[in-house]
Write a protein that binds this ligand. Structure first.
Ligand SMILES: NC(=O)c1ccc[n+]([C@@H]2O[C@H](COP(=O)([O-])OP(=O)(O)OC[C@H]3O[C@@H](n4cnc5c(N)ncnc54)[C@H](O)[C@@H]3O)[C@@H](O)[C@H]2O)c1
Ligand SMILES: O=C(O)C[C@H](O)C(=O)O
Length: 340
């Protein structure tokens, strides 16, 4: 029998948590043959809600759910895990930018980085996705405080939701379906400065694969409203729902970990915010969204190399890099202040 994977979800009493746990438990993420031990972490004040989530998962009668436990302490949460979905953090409200959450949320990721270093197995291969905002910078901080124990390459932040939004907008514009659109890229920060780039994307229209610019036939749209729609989508959802995206965020987190676990499809890449190795001139260590391919056998991601940028793209990438450097510096200052 396949050994179960131990999978942690933080913030499991929250709204993304509620949508994410069922996909992990029912085999959508790790496959229908892979048993899963789910560990659900939230703050002690949410213990009762968390217990309700556990009861519901039990009531789902899922063959892939080996066990589920609710915990409110980091030691119990982080010990022995294979995968971590770090969702638990404050969401923004109308009128806020994601970086306005930094002061409140960064200390959570400092503490969880330390907990990973302290409690994860020494040989850990744990794969970590940070969803809590500002996701790139929170991942940077968690990686910093886990350094020496957990390699930085095991940390990632979620830009898959932006990637999925870009796929959907291209499919809508070209009258195709999601499966017809490939290789959009989100560069940089999960924020208003991100650069959704379709220069290398293709669209299969009526059985013929063409580049996205030809398929759309409207450069002004692709360099204007398309980019703005993807950049601002999170804010628009908050305006409409009065709550931040949850169903689409949970689905994207599951896509991200599914592809990390199984690998990307031949000829396709996905967007993941990972520690920069200096590719494309991005400062080393910054958690930056790149196009990546993943080898399902080794579960190693690689940044896609050799893509060209025109001046328009260079300007966009410079802006998102600058914002991430500023966020990183603010977060480091906040961590020195955060007495934990
Ligand atoms: N990267 C993305 O694309 C993306 C998309 C959507 C939302 N988000 C972010 O995800 C985060 C969660 O959103 P949500 O809508 O589920 O929020 P929510 O308020 O519904 O749930 C957050 C949960 O986290 C818990 N929590 C707080 N501190 C914790 C800690 N130290 N340890 C464990 N749990 C803790 C809270 O008690 C709460 O139950 C927010 O920061 C939001 O902005 C990111
Ligand atoms: O926009 C937000 O604050 C939530 C999330 O990051 C999103 O992109 O929907």
């Amino acid at each position: 029998m396949t050994a179960p994977l131990r999978v942690l979800v933080t913030g499991a009493a929250g709204q993304i948590g509620y949508s994410i746990v069922i996909r992990i438990a029912d085999g959508t993420v790790f496959g229908k043959e892979q048993p899963v031990q789910l560990v659900l972490l939230d703050v002690p004040q949410c213990a009762n809600v968390l217990e309700g989530v556990v009861f519901e998962l039990q009531d789902c009668a899922l063959p892939t759910l080996h066990s589920v436990e609710a915990v409110t302490e980091e030691k119990a949460a982080f010990t022995g895990i294979d995968y971590a979905f770090l969702v638990g953090a404050m969401p923004r409200r109308e009128g806020m930018e994601r970086k306005d959450l930094l002061a409140a949320n960064v200390k959570i990721f400092k503490s969880q980085g330390k907990a990973l270093a302290e409690y994860a197995k020494p040989t850990t291969k744990v794969a970590i996705i940070v969803v809590g905002n500002p996701a790139n910078t929170n991942a940077f901080i968690a990686a910093k405080y886990a350094a020496g124990k957990i390699p930085a390459k095991n940390f990632s932040a979620m830009t898959r939701l932006d990637h999925n939004r870009a796929l959907a907008q291209l499919a809508l514009k070209t009258g195709t379906t999601i499966g017809d659109v490939k290789n959009v890229i989100i560069w940089g920060n999960h924020s208003g400065t991100q650069f959704p780039d379709v220069t290398h994307a293709t669209v299969n229209k009526n059985g013929t694969e063409t580049d996205a610019y030809s398929a759309v036939g409207d450069n002004a749209f692709l360099q204007g409203p398309f980019i703005a729609t993807v950049q601002k989508r999170g804010g628009v959802i908050i305006e409409k729902r009065k709550l931040s995206s949850a169903m689409s965020a949970a689905k994207a987190a599951c896509d991200h970990i599914h592809d990390w676990h199984f690998g990307t499809k031949a000829g396709q890449y996905v967007s993941m915010a990972v520690p920069s190795d200096g590719s494309y001139g991005i400062p080393q260590g910054l958690i930056f969204s790149f196009p990546v391919t993943i080898d399902g056998a080794t579960r190693e991601w690689k940044i896609v190399q050799g893509l060209n940028f025109d001046d328009f793209a260079k300007g966009k990438i410079a802006a998102t890099t600058k914002e991430l450097e500023e966020e990183r510096d603010d977060a480091l200052k906040a961590c020195d202040d955060a007495n934990i």
